[in-house]
Design a protein around this ligand. Sequence first.
Ligand code: PEP
Ligand code: MG
Length: 922
Amino acid sequence: MDSTKKYVFAFDEGDGKNKKLLGGKGANLCEMTQIGLNVPPGFVISTEACLEYLDASDHALPAGLIDEVQAHMRVLEEKTGKGFGDPENPLLVSVRSGSAMSMPGMMDTILNLGLNAETLQGVIAATGDARFGYDAYRRFIQLFGKVALGVPDEAFDTEFEAIKAAAHAKQDVDLSAADLKEVSERFLVVVEQATGHPFPSDPYRQLEIAIKAVFGSWSGRRAVDYRKQFHITPDMANGTAVNVVTMVFGNRGDDSATGVGFTRNPATGENRLYGEYLINAQGEDVVAGIRTPKPIDRLKVEMPDLAEQLDRLRDKLEGHYREVQDFEFTIERGQLYCLQTRNGKMNTVAMVRTSVEMEREGLISKEQALLRIAPELLEQMLFPRLDPSVKVEPVAQGLPASPGAASGIAVFDADRAEQLGTQQGHKVILVREETKPEDIHGFFASEGILTSRGGKTSHAAVVARGMGKPCVAGAEGIGVDVNRREARVGLTSFKEGDVITIDGTSGKVYLGAIPMVEPDFTPELNILLDWADEMARLKVMANADTPVDARRARRYGAVGIGLARTERMFNDVERLPIVIEMIVAETPEQRQEALDKLLPLQRNDFRDLFEVMSPNPVTIRLLDPPIHEFLPDEHVLERELAELRVLAQSARGVSVLAGAMGLLHASESLRHEIETARRMVDPAVVEEAIAKKEAMLKKVRALYETNPMLGHRGVRLGMTFPEIYQMQVRAILEAAAECAKAGIEVHPQIKVPQVCTAQELRKVKAFVDSIHTEVAEKFGKPVPYKFGTMIEVVRACMRADSLAEEAEFFSFGTNDLTQATFSFSREDAENKFLPLYNQSGILQDNPFEVLDVKGVGKLMQLAVEWGRAVKPGLHVGICGEHGGHPSSIAFCHQIGLDYVSCSGPRVPVARLAAAHAALKSG
Ligand code: PEP
Ligand code: MG
């Protein structure tokens, strides 16, 4: 180890841009100090020191580190005029973690370090406030005990509640100095009993233990889980820094306060200081939701001077960071300190609004406005909201802490949420009195979060907002009983498993599932996406099969349909019998008869799509799946046949009986019954049914394929049953001609699936041309159309040059192309081995979700290159699922595609991702 290495940086010397070395918080404290904000003096111990400590086999701090720390403590002593461990005038510090990436609540903070029996007396003497001293002391013992020594919170809580009850105190502030003295004494005993050692009293010893604990928390479960969930890799954040900051106190009386602020409202984006504060309290009281804080507007009344200072602080922060800031402040005896600032985590609605408004205010450029929003977040804006036409009374009202609505079964702890939500696939709502960082896995598993305590900046609210999950916080009318897994609400209650609905936009809670409606775009989102379209080169189309899908896609900004899967139109209950008739037909004439019935239906389908999307292009793919998919299941047929055969036997029996009736001396009524039974089960009818079923079973068996995905599907159907494709082509061209006649501008595009050779395309093109001529004659005018191919088999990529001679456009079907490239069944891989492949790092991502640029992408790149070498203007796009995935879209941009096509709800995401791709590629 290099003993001359510098591990420690004072706030006025550290490089505020070097978050990797100093962590986000540390770098900011340096930056804030250096831009003249009133930050209490302190220093940062680098992440490098953390990594060296974690690597060291002897669990020792890097050599020379403690010497450096001591030197910096001496500087703090000089700056504050206090002494670390000095009983007369003690210096107290906080020890905070902070890595390069903000990980809210993931790491632990220790306050009031430096307190012991002697320095405590110094604090009391200096402040003349015994209550304040004992309060600080008991907080320190608990936090240090928990964080640095691993003593469970409950051990402290039990003691604390007992004293509170004995003192008849409702709130912590009701406790007297004597009560708090007793609390701290009992806490010292708790620590000694739990650890087997007395509480460390030497301040430097405390500091060393605390530094090690913060370093150690980097590899603790909470932090590791968080990094895993948010894909935080070592090159993004490695190790945590330690910030040692002079303590300032918000709990020194009624001229002191502590609070958290957002420079703009993180739930709506409104350009107004937002936050909460508590008079005579310490920061943790606000975040932990122990006391319900006051809205920041009240400060104007209670401390007008400081409210003005806060406004100035807000302007300074935004002017410098050019980003919404989430900051912590403390007022100690009328003096405002800024303790921390970081980029504010907001929900997407707020992100979008602040982007548009900050651009207008000249704080950021359009490019920055777009780039500060991760495309996938936009899906949050498409959250459902409660149907306003449904009038249901809420059972409780809390704070609207994170917008959006969600229904699910109530669960009362995080483990259960994980069990029922993640593992069993239920939609769950996590209901807690308040949440803590260790509940994080429960957040991931839940649709929404409901707490009965805490404000809009409580842990639950902040984390839910960051995740874009609805949250109602501080619903005080709800009494949560974790042990009985039940919550009381007025005269009623709900138990684990009962369905509830929360509305994080209004703060209301309902019993049962309330119907939801699709959200609308906010005006700001439309503006932002218009900017995105200006910057993007890729066009965004939609995969849509029905007019409803198409209408929505259009509303979301799709400039056409890139893929309409026609098989979905075959699966309709009314049409299926005709489709089956077409499949089981024994002669071309029979088949044609069925196709003639399908033609007008398909023509209507296409006409509807053309009308909705006019004047944008609509790309229709000819039938793709193996036709046996439309037929009944073989085993079902076998069972039905067996039942029919039993019925046939009985029918024959009844028939024989009826025939023999003349010989019997049967009563009139028995004769009547036998006759009725004979009429009901006519053997001829049953035999006919059997014959039909047998024919169907024969057909099903004949069409059976071991590997249908690689079988008789796509253009192979077009080769073996050209009449089907011909009917579809006619329907497309006639629908287009009808629209054109009605004055509706249409741009039909026909594409052929599963093509592997130009021969296939040529054959399809031949009949498309001849049908086009016929339709032109029929309507007196030709309708222009485009003819192209899907590229979804490996050979198509390799033969892209010859396919380009026949096709006017290529459309990459990356779902099949991924399947074909990996030889992974797209139906099975995700449920079988892919999770293991991802967990163990054999594959970084699920290639059906994230385009495999190294393999599948390489094939695409070659196909584009070779195709355009033959046909320079060749139009190329993608319509597999990857077309809506941001990093995959970036790759599509990079290899020169013209468009991406994705499902409707992904369209806004894709529009922003396309702009990001263009902006990032310069
Ligand atoms: C594809 O394979 O990517 C594609 C769009 O077609 P489908 O998913 O319908 O097979
Ligand atoms: Mg496909």
